[in-house]
Design a protein around this ligand. Structure first.
Ligand code: G1P
Length: 278
C-alpha cells in the first residue's frame, strides 16, 4: 500500500463559466455523459490507492454530499429493475471510501482551499489533490494520479502534474521552470501563477493533480496573497521548490479542461465515442 491514502478535492468555486447551469448546481456535478465530473476524479483517486476523499465545499454544494451518500427512496424504487445497475458504480464507491467535508467560507484561492483541508487530511500525512474540472484519462494504462503516486514512492516529495500548452495559453495556468531530471520529470526551480504570455518561463503548465507533503501547510500559512489577490498554491510550491524539492511530472494521457465549455464538449464527445465503440 502506498503512503497516499487521502485525496483532497477543492470544490468551493462558483463555476461562473457555466452560468446559468451552475446557478444552483455545483460545477463539479455537471455530467460528462451520465457521470458527474467529481466522480471521475474520485474514481481516479481510488485507482491510485486512496480511500479517504476529502472535499472542500462551499455554500450551495450540498448536491456533492448527497451524491456520495445512499439515496434510500430512489434505490428502493429501482430495486430489481434494469436501472439498478446504473447505480452500481457509485454504490461501490460509497462502500469503499470515507467522505469527509469542510467548507471554504470565502473564496481566497486554491492555496487557502488546500489549507482548509488540513483538518481533513491531517498534519502528518502526504496527500493528493485533484481539481475535478481537469478531467484526466489514460487509455494506455495507469491513471494520472497513479502515475504520480508511483513517482512519489521513489522521491517522497511534492509533485505537480504538468503538460505542454501552446505559448498563447500559458496565462491560464501555473507555469513551471525547471531542469529535466529523468524522462518526463523536471525538478522545479521556479513557478509562476498565470504569467503574462510573454513573461512565462516555459510552456509547461500545471494541471490539476498534486501530491503534497504536510510541510506545505506551514508554507501556505506564510504565503502572501498573489495573483488576483488570492492565496496561490503555486506560490507556496515555489517556496517549497526553493527550500527542498518539487517535481513536475509530464503525465501520460489526455486532459480535458472541463472548466471551459470547449473542453467540456470535447470530453463529452470523447466519452461518447468510447461508449459507442463498446
Ligand atoms: C488552478 C491553478 C493553476 C493550474 C490550474 C490547472 O487554476 O491555480 O496553477 O494551472 O488550476 O487547471 P484555475 O484554473 O483554478 O484558475
Amino acid at each position: 500500500m502506498s503512503d497516499i491514502t487521502r485525496c483532497l478535492f477543492p470544490a468551493a468555486g462558483y463555476g461562473t463559466r457555466f452560468l446559468p447551469a451552475t446557478k444552483a448546481m455545483p460545477k463539479e456535478m455537471l455530467p460528462v455523459l451520465t457521470k458527474p465530473l467529481i466522480q471521475y476524479g474520485v474514481e481516479e483517486a481510488i485507482e491510485a490507492g486512496c480511500d479517504v476523499m476529502s472535499i472542500i465545499t462551499g455554500r450551495g454544494k450540498r448536491a456533492i454530499t448527497d451524491h456520495f451518500d445512499i439515496s434510500y427512496e430512489l434505490e428502493h424504487q429501482i430495486q430489481g429493475s434494469s436501472k439498478e445497475k446504473m447505480l452500481s458504480d457509485i454504490r461501490n464507491i460509497i462502500d469503499k471510501c470515507t467522505f469527509t467535508y469542510t467548507r471554504q467560507n470565502e473564496m481566497k484561492g486554491l492555496g487557502d482551499a488546500i489549507y482548509k483541508g488540513k483538518v481533513l487530511v491531517g498534519e502528518h500525512n502526504p496527500f493528493a489533490v485533484i481539481l475535478a474540472d481537469d478531467l484526466c484519462v489514460n487509455p494506455k494504462g495507469d491513471g494520472v494520479l497513479t502515475q504520480m503516486v508511483k513517482l512519489y514512492e521513489k522521491y517522497k516529495c511534492c509533485i505537480v502534474a504538468c503538460m505542454e500548452v501552446p505559448k498563447e495559453d500559458v496565462h491560464k495556468y501555473g507555469v513551471i521552470e525547471g531542469k529535466i531530471m529523468e524522462n518526463n520529470v523536471h525538478i522545479v526551480s521556479n513557478m509562476i501563477e498565470k504569467p503574462d504570455n510573454d513573461k512565462a518561463p516555459s510552456n509547461l503548465a500545471v494541471i490539476g493533480r498534486y501530491i503534497l507533503t504536510p510541510e506545505i501547510f506551514e508554507i501556505i500559512k506564510k504565503t502572501k496573497p498573489g495573483k488576483n489577490g488570492e492565496l496561490q498554491i503555486t506560490d507556496a510550491l515555489c517556496e517549497q521548490a526553493k527550500n527542498g524539492m518539487v517535481l513536475a511530472y509530464k503525465f501520460e494521457g489526455k486532459r480535458f479542461d472541463c472548466g471551459s465549455v470547449d473542453g467540456f464538449v470535447e470530453a463529452t464527445n470523447y466519452f461518447y465515442n468510447l461508449e459507442k465503440k463498446k
